[in-house]
Structures are given as structure tokens and as C-alpha cells.
Design a protein around this ligand. Structure first.
Ligand code: SF4
Length: 423
């Protein structure tokens, strides 16, 4: 299949099946959109849509916001991620809009990126969404999905952007950004892509490679068998094995061609908990961020969301915590108690919980007793690196103390929805 055919197949699929794809941020003019996009970095669109109505009402234009200061703006956006920096960016961005662009959001990328808090991705979003320019904003989803499909072979976001805009017809570029984001958010997940339900398999390089790997042990076994039969010159018996043949027959080692050696690489599989749905949830007692002892037995008659996350204040863990915070009232109404667990200490938890106004306990499992009891410590892979750490996992424990659900493919941005969808 040529690259042209691949692009054509993928675009036609999206055109037919996802004819409308647009941003989920709420805005009514270019100024509101640029503010919302700056705020949305490392935070959910849902959260941003909760804070922007009041912000837009009190600061409707760049001129009004430019007259304000970061402390005031902070008080409006304190519940989003990185509110200090974002408040400073918004005020400075508004000032630049007034002094350099007459209060009007520019439409050109090279002008947009001059604004405080506006990187290439934000500039592309504004240019494509507001001005319908053929600009491709590459975020983590666009980058991952494009590479997996084989639409791009990119090492960074800029590479990816350049390759995509080279091949996607101009009139489809702005929408293609949303197609790829949505596909990455709901189907082609980072850790566990849902290939079994994906309709793009015929064009997907990653899917094809995965299939080859799955069938590899069988096919290699056949190849080596055939080689052993037809080409005896490929068989060698090392000295030690020759000596051993007198006592017990030793299977001959088979020389494998270089091309076949390549195939012997096994796919990395991350550790997953050995606990199963239906198991009794291991008991625990540990201090939370306020130094209060929290025990599973405190919540008899309630459903407990026990979520394990790698580290306080990291982007993924912040998104996950903010998602559970944003839907906390819905979860509470449904009789859920939320408890976060990591190996961070109480001080770190307190800082994290205060900064993001988390309305639930974070347990300081510094000795990793709970982490080990729930078997969520193990080898994992991130950005190509393999190391040991906490495997992001959520256990939903029913009102009788039994594990009802185990979520290993956690969608950090929409984790609350993911849990609610199961209940
Ligand atoms: S087949 Fe799998 S890897 Fe390929 S795009 Fe679909 S979900 Fe992603």
C-alpha cells in the first residue's frame, strides 16, 4: 500500500464516520478561545469549561484582562492545573494583544506564537479553529495515532505536523486534528489501543506489526524445524554439548539467520496486579495528607475507589486527580468514596491536594504496604524506558469489601467517567 493510499483510506474513513469533529472547549469569540486553550494545557476540557464562564463574564476582552493582575486571575482559575503560571500567562498575553495587536487575536501562526503562554500547538489550534486555517496542532494523541498508523514517521511534534500537512488535503487539515485526537482519546489509547474495535486496522502499521509478533513463536518454530531438516550445515554442537551427548541426548543448537534473530525480540508486557475481580480487597490502614489514619474498614457500606498512581504533581497523575475531583459530587451521590495511593509522603500529598483542591484522601504509602498488598508495583515502560514503579491501577471495591472492578487502562483525563460507566 502506498502512503497516498493510506492517507486516502484513513481520511475517507473519518469523513464518512466522523463528519463533525470539533473542540470541546466552550468559547464565543477568538479571545475566549485563546484563553481557554492556554488554560487547557495538562487539564481536562470539562474543568476548563467550568471555570471560564465567570472568567469570561468578568474579563470579556483583552483590554479588561490587561488591566487586571495575575493574583486576581489566579482566584478565578485556581482549580485548573498550574494556575500560577497560567494566570501570569493570561495577563501578559492580554497585555501583548492590546499593545501589539490592537486587542485582536492574530490569525497568523508566527504572530500567535509571540504571545505569552502560546506555543506552536496553541497557535495552531487558534488558527485552525477560529480562522479555519490549514494548521495541524500536534498533541500527544495526534502524534501517537499518526505514527502508529504509519501516516508519519516522526520523532517530535514538529516533524509530525510537517508530514501530516504535506499529505492531508488542505480542506481537511483543521478537522483531521480533531479526528486524530478523538481516535487517540477513545480508541487508540496510549497503553492499550483497542485494536479489536478499531476500524482502521487495514491501514495501520502498528496493528500489522503486532499481528506478526503474536504469530511469531509458531512461525519461527516451523522455520527452524525446516532448516534443521534441509540444511545440516547450519547445525553445530558446541564442545560442552558434545561431551554431554554420552550421558543424555542434547538437542542440537540451530543457527538462526540474522533476519530471523530480529524476530526473537519479544514484546514488552507491563506487570499487572495478580488480584482478581471477586477477591476480598486486602485490608489497609495508612495516614492521609492531614496525618489522619484511614482504614478500609472505615467505609463499610460504601463503594471505595482505590486508585494507585505513580507520583504527586506529575502531569498524568494531576489529570487523573482532577478528573476524580471534578466529578466528586456525582461519585459521592452514587455512594463512592475516593482514596488515592502513592508512595509519596504526607507533605507531598498535602501540597498536591491543596494546590488542586482535591476533596478526597491521598494515602501516604511510603513503606509501600498497600502498594504491595494490591500488587501494583512492577516493571513498566514509558517513553521507551523500562523500569520498576507503581502501575497506574484502580480498584473499585463494593460495599461488602469485595473487588468489583479492576481498571488497568486508566484514562487519566476522564477517569471518573470511566468508573461511572462501569457502575
Ligand atoms: S488498529 Fe490499533 S494501533 Fe492501529 S489505529 Fe487502530 S487502535 Fe490504534
Amino acid at each position: 500500500m502506498t502512503l497516498k493510499e493510506k492517507y486516502s483510506g484513513v481520511i475517507n474513513y473519518f469523513k464518512t464516520n466522523v463528519p463533525v469533529a470539533e473542540t470541546e472547549l466552550h468559547y464565543s469569540n477568538p479571545f475566549e478561545l485563546i484563553v481557554a486553550v492556554i488554560l487547557s494545557a495538562q487539564c481536562t476540557d470539562k474543568r476548563i469549561n467550568q471555570v471560564t464562564p465567570k472568567l469570561f463574564k468578568d474579563f470579556p476582552t483583552a483590554e479588561v484582562m490587561a488591566e487586571s493582575n495575575s493574583d486576581t486571575i489566579f482566584s478565578y482559575i485556581r482549580s485548573v492545573s498550574y494556575p500560577n503560571n497560567k494566570a501570569k500567562h493570561l495577563v501578559n498575553m492580554a497585555k501583548m494583544l492590546v499593545t501589539e495587536f490592537g486587542g485582536v487575536v492574530p490569525s497568523e501562526i508566527n504572530e500567535l506564537v509571540k504571545l505569552a503562554g502560546v506555543g506552536r500547538k496553541t497557535a495552531n489550534v487558534v488558527a485552525s479553529v477560529v480562522y479555519n486555517k490549514p494548521a495541524m496542532a500536534v498533541d500527544t494523541h495526534v502524534f501517537r495515532v499518526s505514527n502508529r498508523l504509519g501516516l508519519t514517521k516522526a520523532k517530535n511534534a514538529l516533524d509530525s505536523e510537517m508530514q501530516l500537512i504535506k499529505h492531508i488535503p488542505k480542506e481537511n487539515i483543521a478537522t483531521a486534528h480533531h479526528w486524530l485526537i478523538l481516535h487517540g482519546r477513545y480508541t487508540c489509547l496510549a497503553r492499550s489501543p483497542k485494536c479489536e474495535e478499531c476500524k482502521l486496522t487495514e491501514w495501520c502499521d502498528f496493528f500489522k506489526t503486532k499481528k506478526i509478533n503474536k504469530s511469531f513463536p509458531h512461525s519461527l518454530a516451523n522455520k527452524t524445524k525446516v532448516m534443521a531438516k534441509v540444511n545440516t550445515t547450519k547445525i553445530s554442537i558446541p564442545n560442552k554439548e558434545k561431551l554431554a551427548t554420552k550421558k543424555e541426548p542434547v538437542k542440537p543448537a540451530v543457527k538462526i539467520k540474522a533476519t530471523e534473530k530480529k524476530e526473537t525480540k519479544t514484546k514488552f508486557i507491563a506487570h499487572t496486579t495478580s488480584l482478581k475481580v471477586g477477591d476480598k480487597a486486602p485490608a489497609f490502614i495508612e495516614k492521609n495528607q492531614d496525618g489522619k489514619l484511614i482504614s478500609l474498614t472505615d467505609f463499610k457500606g460504601k463503594q471505595v475507589i482505590l486508585y494507585f498512581y505513580p507520583k504527586d504533581s506529575t502531569p498524568g497523575c494531576t489529570m487523573e486527580a482532577c478528573s476524580l475531583r471534578d466529578d466528586h459530587s456525582i461519585l459521592t451521590k452514587k455512594n463512592f468514596i475516593t482514596l488515592g495511593v502513592s508512595a509519596d509522603d504526607e507533605k507531598s500529598h498535602l501540597k498536591f491536594a491543596t494546590k488542586h483542591e482535591l476533596p478526597f484522601s491521598l494515602l501516604a504509602d511510603t513503606e509501600m504496604k498497600i502498594i504491595k498488598a494490591y500488587d501494583v508495583w512492577g516493571t513498566k515502560q514509558f517513553m521507551g524506558k523500562i523500569y520498576d514503579g507503581i502501575i497506574r491501577t484502580t480498584f473499585v471495591i463494593n460495599d461488602k469489601g469485595v473487588i468489583k472492578h479492576i481498571i488497568t487502562d486508566v484514562k487519566t483525563k476522564e477517569h471518573a467517567n470511566q468508573i461511572l460507566a462501569l457502575s
